[in-house]
Design a protein around this ligand. Structure first.
Ligand code: AMP
Length: 993
């Protein structure tokens, strides 16, 4: 039967054309297309023609002028059909292991054939067979594998033609080609089209990487990985990759390519930046517009260079804007607050134009000019906080000399300044970047040059004096402090009178006739501070009865005295005669202070004994505290009058503070109570960083107390012993500087301490040292070092100057001697001065000009200062002011502490050389340790098995440390001693200067 019998051909044609159109839209690589062949296909049929019983037949049809062929079979009425139709050899592309077979076919409804329905089928089978070569007409069924049974979705009845399209996949192809075969087993079927194709992922550019056309993988390789390459002018850190799916789609691109510097992405390619734009890095970014103050380059710019006069700091991003140099700082002004200290403050406003930057800093340059000659100040002046890199608009400049013109140049800098200076010489830079200059005439505080007698009578003297520089140069009127006293120093009482004057003339009345007076005048700075050195002159009143020389001169006095302010009144300083037994602390009769320091009566220590009732004195100088505000916590020491406690003080409205509380033990006499409280009367007059501060007293209750600031580290001698060798000289000198500053303050107030020693210095948490232990007789009575002398009273011999021991000449100069001993104690970490020598031996040695040797590791400069303090002639000893200055200098140039004074361990740390006290070698380790005062380590030596002197001699520094000697000073001491034991030749020598 012919397949097409009774089928309407028009409808059939229409469907075929549509089918072709659909095929053209797909993206497939076609290996075989039955329709497109357009001619005889040459497919093999089997079995071969057998008359009526033919199998698949080819039919040629013409549609719209085109020829096409179909294969059909329709042996529905016959049993056991097995008709094969085999395609020609289909060449496989090497990578196409998976092909699609798209079939268009028609299957006729078995019911449409009357009486044949028993054998009629409505399906056929698809087979395939692989081969490396075309086998021609050879056909063996057994070589074919079944791919699928093809069943129609829709069956064609007589009047309605239904075309089915089915696609099947043939997988795992590996040989050079293959055949398809259609097996009919008794259906009425027409094969209209067979199309064999494989899918490819088309060549593509994704994320700026190009990937080649790729055959889609098979089931074994559902995603085929493909490597690509960046497009021109694009780069990638890793090889770009992508996957081709079985359906021929690209998915998951990996490893992005990015356009190079100067290029940006435009439609899957990298294009040069437009003129005026730049791109500084390979990135996915677009080109950016050139930033402010930069040049616009041609296309493809990598960066935009700065316009002339604009710069980038090395730390600025190359893509950022360029900035100009800052303009000059404005409104530079200089102010002084402390004329006498040669210090001034410069301040200015920020530059008007910062060049668009925020990192503005300033530098200051100083020039000193004498006449027209100017030179850089260099290191002569000091800047606080610094002379360069200032971020604040101010700086202090100190150590300026008087009477010089200083020119200060303040320059503004920014991050581009340095860069600009390298790029462009200063002369070529825009003038707006130059510095602003201002001049300052720094004026010295007024100084008295001459004092003269204008007029005298038997009871009055008129004086005038000159001041330099001239008054008209002074910004504000100056004042003068005039101090005078009778010259006669044989009296018990010296009376100083102090006048504060506003003019440089004065008349002084009510003087004794025919008497010499000493006058000292000092100018005060505009801020009230004492000016330069004062001048002292002696003038005498006329003998009684003589007429005045010049009556007109009286005018001076009357006017001036009226204007003058009587500032401080009489200070009565008790000067006990040498022969009398006295414990007075003052010595203003002493010639030692003939210089200006002596005359500071504006702030002079007042001896509480000048008050008839010492209770009034204490109330005048000390604050009364209610005992309920005081909490005692722990006993920390014991004085002669009672325990010393640590505790707290909480005054209403004030913060609680740690305090030391000195108590007066019960059963005291009234005299003892007054002596006890006298310390507070004295301490209360002082206010200095290096003097123990009095918080107040309890006097109105039975248990009197003195409350002072609390010094956490206690007495200096003990503290240093506990930290033997732990501090560098710099720190020790810092401590001495503090003590000296406190002593200068006391001596300026004409207070003589008389018991200055490390045990009377207290140390706080900040290692600040403060002078303590004030009082009258009780101080020395209280001091265990106090020794009765032949001249009466108790004296701490080792600390006391020879003239004070010999004839009780206690002065600030004798305090200076004691200070020298304190320096030695400090450098020797609390060693006892003159070790175990007796007081008598010490006095004898001193009288024979022997002095303490330099302590271990003592800077030579420091030891020289000690020796100066121990000069026999007290007038040659340095004053506390000199000492403070010198120590200050040493601290400012730490190099000055580098040279160490000669040091002999056998002398300086009293190390016996070879043997015990009787001259024989040490018999035991403990005997040796005792001799070097290191007995506390006896157990350490024993525990470590160092039990004979032989063992000791073999010890290395490391071993000493390992047995538990921790303090550096102790380590040194033991090590030196062992060294000495090895070097048997030396003997203990006498120390001398
Ligand atoms: P004094 O009676 O002043 O010699 O004091 C006896 C001891 O009390 C001193 O050696 C210190 O150990 C201790 N001491 C005295 N005053 C204070 C203080 N303000 N802070 C700490 N400890 C102190």
């Amino acid at each position: 039967m012919d397949f097409f019998t009774g089928v309407r051909p028009l409808l059939f044609s229409y469907v075929l054309i549509n089918g072709i159109l659909i095929t053209l839209q797909t993206k497939e690589e076609v290996l075989l297309d039955m329709k497109a062949t357009g001619g005889e296909l040459g497919w093999l049929t089997w079995p071969l023609d057998q008359g009526d019983k033919s199998g698949w037949e080819v039919t040629q049809r013409t549609l719209n002028g085109s020829q096409f062929y179909t294969y059909s079979v329709c042996n529905v009425g016959e049993r056991e059909q097995d008709n094969w139709l085999r395609t020609t050899f289909i060449q496989r592309r090497p990578s196409a292991s998976r092909v699609f077979v798209e079939l268009q076919f028609i299957v006729r409804d078995c019911n449409s054939f009357d009486g044949t329905s028993l054998t009629c089928k409505e399906t056929f089978n698809l087979f395939t067979s692989e081969s490396d070569a075309d086998v021609g007409t050879t056909f063996r069924k057994g070589q074919f594998k079944k791919v699928a049974t093809i069943a129609p979705d829709e069956i064609t009845s007589k009047n309605e033609l239904r075309i089915n399209t089915e696609t099947r996949v043939v997988e795992n192809l590996s040989r050079k080609g293959f055949y398809l075969a259609f097996q009919d087993i008794g259906a009425c079927v027409a094969l209209l089209s067979t199309r064999v194709y494989y899918k490819t992922c088309l060549a593509t550019v994704k994320s700026l990487a190009s990937f080649p056309e790729t055959v889609a993988g098979g089931e074994n390789q559902a995603l085929r990985e493909v490597s690509g390459a960046c497009v021109v002018n694009a780069v990638s850190e890793e090889l770009p990759r992508i996957y081709c799916t079985v359906d021929g789609e690209w998915v998951v691109p990996v490893g992005q390519c990015q356009c190079n510097l100067g290029y940006e992405e435009v439609k899957d390619a990298c294009q040069e930046c437009q003129p005026g734009f730049f791109k500084a890095a390979a990135s996915g970014d677009k080109c950016e517009l050139c930033p402010a103050n930069t040049q616009r380059l041609d296309s493809g710019a990598l960066f935009c260079p700065c316009l002339d006069g604009f710069y980038r700091a090395p730390t600025d991003p190359p893509s950022g804007p360029c900035s100009g140099l800052p303009s000059a700082p404005r409104d530079l002004v200089a102010t002084t607050t402390q004329l006498s200290t040669g210090k001034l403050h410069l301040s200015w406003s920020p530059p008007e134009d910062t060049g668009g930057r925020t990192d503005i800093t300033y530098s200051v340059e100083c020039q000193r000019c004498e006449g027209n000659v100017c030179q850089l100040c260099g290191e002569k002046v000091r800047y606080e906080p610094a002379s360069t890199g200032l971020t604040d608009n101010k700086v202090s400049v100190s150590e300026l000399d008087a009477h010089l013109n200083y020119t200060f140049t303040v320059e503004a800098h920014s991050g581009v300044s340095l860069f600009a200076s390298q790029a462009t010489p200063r002369s070529n830079r825009p003038p707006s970047t130059s510095a602003l200059t201002t001049s300052l005439h720094y004026t010295e505080p007024p100084r008295i040059t001459t004092m003269r007698l204008v007029e005298r009578t038997s009871t009055s003297l008129s004086l005038s004096w000159d001041v330099s520089p001239r008054i008209r140069l002074q910004p504000r009127p100056i004042r003068y402090e005039l101090t005078y006293r009778k010259k006669d120093d044989n009296l018990d009482v010296t009376t100083y009178i102090v006048l504060l004057l506003e003019k440089n003339v004065v008349q002084i009345s009510d003087l004794a006739p025919g008497t010499a007076y000493l006058f000292r005048v000092q100018a005060l700075g505009s801020d009230g501070s004492p000016g330069g050195s004062s001048i002292e002159e002696q003038f005498e009143t006329s003998p009684e009865g003589r007429l005045t020389q010049n009556n007109t001169a009286v005018i001076f006095g009357a006017a001036v005295v009226g204007a003058a302010m009587l500032f401080v009144v009489i200070l009565v300083l008790f000067l006990r005669r040498r022969k009398r037994n006295s414990h007075s602390r003052q010595g203003p009769e002493d010639t030692y202070f003939s210089s200006s320091e002596q005359l500071k009566p504006l702030k002079t220590y007042v001896d509480p004994h000048t008050y008839e009732d010492p209770n009034i004195a204490v109330l005048k100088f000390a604050t009364e505290i209610h005992p309920s505000h005081i909490t005692k916590q722990k006993v920390i020491g014991a004085g002669e009058f009672g325990e010393v406690y640590r505790g707290n003080l909480k005054m209403p409205g004030r913060k609680e503070v740690a305090v030391a509380i000195k108590t007066l033990k019960p059963g005291y006499t009234e005299k003892q109570r007054q002596d006890f409280l006298s310390e507070a009367s004295i301490m209360g007059q002082f206010s200095h960083q290096n003097i123990i501060r009095l918080e107040g007293v309890v006097t109105k209750f039975k248990h009197a107390m003195i409350v002072t600031e609390y010094m956490e580290n206690g007495a200096l001698d003990r503290y240093l012993k506990d930290h033997d060798g732990e501090f560098p000289s710099f720190q020790l000198v810092g401590m001495m500087h503090g003590i000296a500053a406190g002593m200068k303050y006391l001596s300026d107030m004409s207070y003589v301490h008389r018991d200055l020693a490390a045990r009377n210095i207290l140390v706080n948490n900040n290692l600040e040292c403060k002078v303590s232990d004030f009082g009258l007789s009780r101080v020395l009575e209280d001091d265990p070092e106090g020794t009765y002398t032949t001249s009466g009273g108790k004296i701490p011999i080792r600390w006391t100057a020879p003239e004070a021991i010999a004839y009780r000449k206690f002065t600030s100069a004798s305090d200076v001697w004691s200070f020298g001993i304190v320096m030695w104690e400090v450098m020797a970490f609390g060693e006892r001065p003159y070790w175990d020598m007796s007081n008598h031996e010490v006095m004898k040695a001193i009288n024979e000009a022997f002095r303490l040797p330099a302590p271990m590791d003592c800077p030579s400069t420091v030891y020289q200062l000690m020796l100066q303090c121990w000069l026999q002639d007290r007038s040659k000893r340095p004053r506390f002011g000199d000492i403070v200055n010198l120590l200050d200098k040493l601290l400012r140039s730490p190099d000055s502490l580098k040279i160490i004074a000669d040091f002999d361990p056998r002398v300086s740390i009293r190390l016996p050389s070879t043997s015990g006290s009787d001259g024989s070698p040490f018999r035991s380790v403990s005997e040796w340790l005792e001799s070097i005062k290191m007995s506390q380590y006896s157990e350490n030596f024993t525990c470590a098995g160092v039990v004979t002197m032989d063992h000791v001699l073999q010890m290395k520094n490391e071993d000493i440390k390992n047995i538990g000697v921790r303090l550096p000073g102790h380590l040194k001491r033991i090590a030196y001693s062992i060294l000495g034991l090895k070097d048997q030749t030396s003997t203990l020598s006498v120390f001398a200067v």
